[in-house]
Design a protein around this ligand. Structure first.
Ligand code: B16
Ligand code: MG
Length: 218
């Protein structure tokens, strides 16, 4: 095991709540029904794909121009950025900081494979940026999760083979992306939400270097 490639939202911090609130405000303004169950479908997918799903739910897909859609995506992101500007290191999920420290000490490569264009800002707010050898530039990725491209880019940036990497994800689209990349997949959540994962943990508190190694080599 030469590298661990992390998802951000749902693995390092719980920004899903802020995505939920920001999309919820937009949906309310457009009179589109929006709830937590529907929000689950937006985890791991891009801002534009999320907006398309929300508009389709309100039967508004064909009533808006590309400019109109872009304007809505900007509105959502402005509200999201307002919410995440309050993030602090106390918002790092349990066990993650300790795991990053262990990985660094063991000289295991660390990369971030997040679909979020706000990822670098969030790592800074959480004071975790210094642990990462690479943050994949999502603007250079042509195919989002479940396509493996973002995880393959993470491995390439670190100069390691995909088979020597572990990917950690909290979304079904992310698990598919990790497995498609030929990596060992760790899911955070319930087994039914993490189909195809090699191992599933209920919370990030269960993660450590020794447990990852144990499962990777078993
Ligand atoms: P942004 P991840 C993803 O983060 C979120 O899960 C998803 O809900 C969001 O739409 C996407 O980032 C894009 O985020 O609007 O900030 O560019 O799970 O891949 O870390
Ligand atoms: Mg995620």
């Amino acid at each position: 095991m030469k590298a661990v490639i992390f998802d951000l939202d749902g693995v390092i911090t719980d920004t899903a709540e802020y995505h939920f609130q920001a999309w919820g405000s937009l949906a309310a303004a457009l009179s589109i029904p929006f709830d937590r169950e529907f929000n689950e479908q937006l985890k791991g997918i891009s801002r534009t794909e999320s907006l398309d799903k929300i508009l389709a739910r309100g039967n508004l897909s064909n009533t808006l121009s590309e400019e109109g859609k872009q304007e809505l995506a900007i509105q959502k992101n402005t509200e999201y950025q307002r919410l995440i500007s309050a993030l602090t290191p106390s918002d790092v999920l349990p066990g993650i900081q300790a795991l990053l420290k262990e990985l660094r000490e063991a000289r295991v490569g660390i990369a971030l494979a997040s679909a979020s264009k706000n990822a670098a800002f969030i790592l800074d707010r959480l004071e975790l940026a210094h642990y990462f050898d690479s943050v994949v530039d999502v603007t250079a990725i042509r195919h989002g999760k479940p396509d493996p491209e973002i995880f393959l880019a993470g491995a390439a940036n670190l100069g390691v083979q995909p088979a020597d990497c572990i990917g950690i994800e909290d979304a079904q689209a992310g698990i598919q992306a990790i497995k498609g990349a030929g990596m060992f997949a760790v899911g955070v959540g319930t087994p039914s939400q993490m189909q195809g994962a090699d191992i599933v943990v209920a919370t990030t508190a269960e993660l450590s270097l020794s447990m990852l190694e144990e499962h990777f080599y078993e």
